[in-house]
Design a protein around this ligand. Structure first.
Ligand code: FNR
Length: 427
């Protein structure tokens, strides 16, 4: 905090706006209409997104002065390791839409902050390249459970080999949400070859693409014959052609996706991306594929929290995907106390969806979250100022959390409980 005010004395302005609405507005100015819609948007009429925010208003911080708060500790213990802050960077796919450095910038910012990032299954660079960009960054790998078990196993093997500390399995995206803004723009980044780098760099996926191309050749569909030899590099290069984003639009983009290799890769991705048939029983397979801790993301019902414990999960992540999946769904802060009660301290509980300020994080931590994940705000920081923008967004959250902790009369997150809050009746 004092760093931020001192910078003000010397006339140094922040890189990114501090206020969260201003941050979003600043990002809107630099992002393409499609990128902004994809990042900022939610499902349906975006009522879940609004409720995620509104529910914070039901809680007030209850200050207790005169308690010597001159030394404060924001560290937590998460999955067996001490972390300097309670923040995590939530998995955000397709960050190449926000900035060409995408996940490389995220990883570097995470390394310098000591904040773990969650590498999305839809990240824009292969996980090994991201690991190389910031070998010291603490990281988790987020899996979308593919229709291909061989692919799931391969992705988890790679995550373990490239230094991820845990696997986060996202459970709320077995179907893609009804994303109004994207539908209006007829825009889905994946169909344009973006956000599929984990797949095109994977040997199992490459084999699936080869099989698809051969099947197309055998059926003698005109234009199905691949123009280039099918090698992993060719598949990745083909997809790169297809995802030139801003420069390759309209006729040019359609033309490139008409060429067989990018099209086969994108179509194979659409086939295997997820499976609506997934059940609790299937989850057991993940244990055979990896020895890393497994965190289940997208838990909002207390009974599912109990089920997660029964299934041997090492962590539970309360999330509604930032309101991007179901419209008029349960806001996560409303779901948090029930999940925390059921988990009863047996495993860590991560919280996300709607956190925009340090005081929001304070409320979630007081209600029993172990860690708080940030989504859109860091995507906006990335879009505005790359790696430095992400750093600044997280530092601002951290500074406000620290101040709220001290002003409310606490010296560590471990001291927090619902007693630090007052539940207020609406109206
Ligand atoms: C997401 N989210 C997400 N979740 C996930 O498990 N895998 C993913 O690839 C993505 N991708 C993604 C892209 C974008 C642009 C957004 C905004 C969100 C959901 C994300 O991890 C997190 O749950 C929410 O973003 C949290 O809500 P807030 O902080 O954005 O309100």
């Amino acid at each position: 905090q004092s760093e931020i005010y001192r910078a003000g004395i010397s006339g140094t302005k922040p890189l990114v706006p501090i206020d969260s609405a201003a941050l979003e507005a600043a990002a809107q100015k630099v992002l393409s209409a499609e990128a902004f819609a994809y990042i900022a948007g939610g499902a349906g009429a975006e009522r879940t997104m609004a409720a995620n925010r509104a529910v914070f208003d039901q809680w007030q911080v209850w200050p207790r002065p005169l308690r010597d708060v001159s030394v404060r500790d924001l560290s937590i213990d998460f999955l067996g390791r001490a972390r300097p802050t309670p923040f995590l960077l939530a998995p955000l796919g397709v960050m190449e839409m926000a900035h060409t450095d995408a996940d490389l910038a995220v990883a570097r910012a995470a390394a310098s902050l000591g904040v773990p990032y969650t590498l999305s299954n839809q990240a824009s660079f292969p996980m090994e390249e991201i690991a190389d960009a910031a070998p010291d960054a603490p990281r988790l790998f987020q899996l979308y459970w593919s229709a291909s078990d061989d692919l799931n196993a391969s992705l988890l093997r790679r995550a373990e080999a490239s230094g991820c500390e845990a696997i986060v399995v996202t459970l709320d995206t077995h179907l893609l949400g009804w994303r109004t803004r994207d539908l209006d723009l007829a825009y889905l980044p994946f169909t344009r070859g973006m956000g599929i780098a984990q797949y095109t760099s994977d040997p199992v996926f490459q084999q699936l693409v080869r099989e698809r191309v051969r099947a197309a050749e055998a059926s003698e569909v005109p234009d199905a014959a691949p123009a280039v030899k099918i090698t992993p590099q060719a598949i990745a290069a083909g997809v790169k052609i297809a995802r030139k984003g801003k420069t390759l639009t309209g006729a040019g983009l359609r033309e490139s996706l008409r060429s067989p290799l990018p099209r086969a890769a994108v179509e194979t991705f659409l086939d295997v991306f997820s499976t609506p048939a997934l059940t609790w029983e299937d989850l057991a397979k993940a244990r055979e594929w990896t020895s890393l801790p497994i965190v289940l993301k997208g838990i909002v019902h207390p009974d599912d929290a109990a089920r997660a414990l029964d299934a041997g999960a090492d962590g539970v992540w309360v999330s509604n995907h930032g309101g991007r999946q179901i419209d008029q769904s349960v806001p996560t802060l409303a779901a948090l106390p029930g999940v925390v009660a059921r988990v009863a301290g047996q495993v860590p509980v991560v919280f996300d969806s709607g956190v925009r300020q340090g005081s929001d994080a304070f409320i979630a931590l007081a209600l029993g979250a172990t860690a708080v994940a940030i989504g859109r705000p860091y995507a906006y920081g990335l879009g505005i100022a790359g790696e430095a923008g992400i750093r600044e967004v997280v530092r601002n959250l951290l500074a406000e959390l620290d101040i709220t902790l001290g002003l409310s009369g606490h010296t560590s997150l471990a001291e927090l409980s619902p007693d630090a809050l007052r539940a207020c009746v609406q109206g």
